[in-house]
Design a protein around this ligand. Structure first.
Ligand code: PLP
Length: 389
């Protein structure tokens, strides 16, 4: 009889799963979330279990707006904030509201592969905008906009992860942020800024969000409790101009079901009110910094000399470039046989490319396993690709 799984994460015995960009279950604050859930039920009782207000409960909107203002130094009016069921659900809702099947959208390439799946579910045509070492390529964006314009088309939006990008770990520089925003404003292009890793920096805080640099209405920014608290809460937020928030609030989805994940929104509100979030993020940073360092050390020790990678300053990933002519997709089954896994780079790229790259996640595994994973990967690349059997 098949045993139905409880969780998405599947770990295979004897494989060091560096493919999975999940928070480590051991770092989920189970006891403190139990305290928060108890507080939510004690103080709000049936209100915490009713259909919620479409925008999200006041209980969470107010402390979240205050928390964002304190962390980011910019006041956010509660009317500019919508509680979502996480970034994934927020993207899905925005696709429903802003697009029709067959529409074109611009996407950073490489970028978070599962956002690309959400866009595909909506029948959207994905137009890639290349990224390089400093993040999204501004000339590439101008060229893609021009190509669309020549075909008499526009893009419904540009999707990018400008801060500690999944999969590259790269953050867009201040100058490029300003240039991307200027270009978007000049073309009336809406930007969807996926900012899910902003709080998880390990060396220095990241540059200001694109949204802070843009005129109201240009940028919709998506945040999440998945990486900084617990993905099972299925809870996040978006900040946007009040008119855009109102469009979301008036969607059929929220009209029918009420605000998203109303009970877990009350739990997150209680967690914030108990003053637990900042300390938890500090602990996560310390743990993930050590893991990042362990993986970088392991790569430096074990990868063959002609492999390259970028030392991520935050987020969950390291993006590795293999020697010229290598295909990480072909390497994957061999690596899994040797007990290490990764995600091949091509999965993150729209319109081809990325074969020479692979993504390693350091969020899930303890340091010793990351070092061993790097050793196994280095040995496979050396043997299979460079032929040093
Ligand atoms: C860039 C990026 N956006 C969104 C998500 C998913 O966010 P959520 O759990 O809030 O739906 C992930 C998860 O890996 C991610 O890396």
């Amino acid at each position: 009889m098949t045993v139905l799984p409880d969780i998405q994460l599947v770990l295979r015995p004897n494989v060091i799963e560096m493919r999975l960009g999940s928070p480590d279950p051991a770092l989920l604050p189970v006891g403190d979330i139990a305290r928060a859930a108890e507080l939510a039920l004690c103080r709000d009782g049936p209100q915490a279990l009713a259909y919620g207000a479409e925008q999200g409960p006041r209980r969470l909107l107010e402390p979240l707006a205050a928390w964002l203002a304190q962390r980011e130094g910019r006041a956010i009016a509660p009317a500019e904030l919508l509680i979502t069921g996480g970034v994934s659900q927020g993207l899905d809702l925005l696709c429903t509201l802003l697009t029709r099947p067959g529409d074109a959208i611009l996407v950073q390439s490489p970028v978070y592969h599962l956002a690309l799946r959400i866009f595909a579910d909506h029948g959207l045509e994905l137009v890639p905008v290349a990224s390089e070492d400093g993040g999204l390529c501004v000339d590439g964006l101008a060229a893609s906009l021009e190509t669309l314009a020549r075909a008499g088309r526009t893009s419904q939006f540009l999707y990018l992860v400008p801060t500690f990008c999944n999969p590259t770990g790269i953050s867009l520089t201040d100058e490029r942020r300003a240039a991307v925003v200027r270009l978007a404003e000049a073309h009336g292009l809406t930007i969807l800024e996926d900012d899910v890793y902003r709080e998880l920096w390990y060396d220095a805080p990241p540059p200001a969000p694109l949204q802070d640099l843009a005129a109201a209405g240009t940028v919709i920014r998506l945040g999440s409790f998945s990486k900084i608290l617990a993905p099972g809460l299925r809870l996040g937020w978006l900040t946007a101009a009040t008119g855009m928030v109102a469009r979301c609030v008036n969607s059929g989805l929220l009209d029918s079901g009420g605000g998203l994940n109303h009970f877990t929104a009350h739990v997150a509100a209680a967690y914030l009110d108990l003053g637990l979030l900042d300390g938890h993020i500090e602990r996560l940073r310390a743990a993930y910094r050590q893991r990042r360092d362990a993986l970088l050390d392991g790569l430096a020790r074990f990868m063959p000399a002609d492999c390259r990678w970028i030392a991520s300053g935050g987020g969950f990933f390291v993006w590795v470039q293999l020697p010229e002519g290598c295909d990480s997709g072909a390497l994957l089954p061999i690596a899994e046989q040797a007990g290490v896994s990764f995600v091949p780079g091509a999965r993150f790229c729209t319109g081809g490319g990325g074969e020479r790259y692979l993504r390693l996640a350091f969020s899930l595994l303890p340091e010793a396993e990351l070092a061993e994973g790097a050793r196994r990967l280095g040995a496979v690349v050396d043997r299979k690709i460079l032929g040093n059997d």
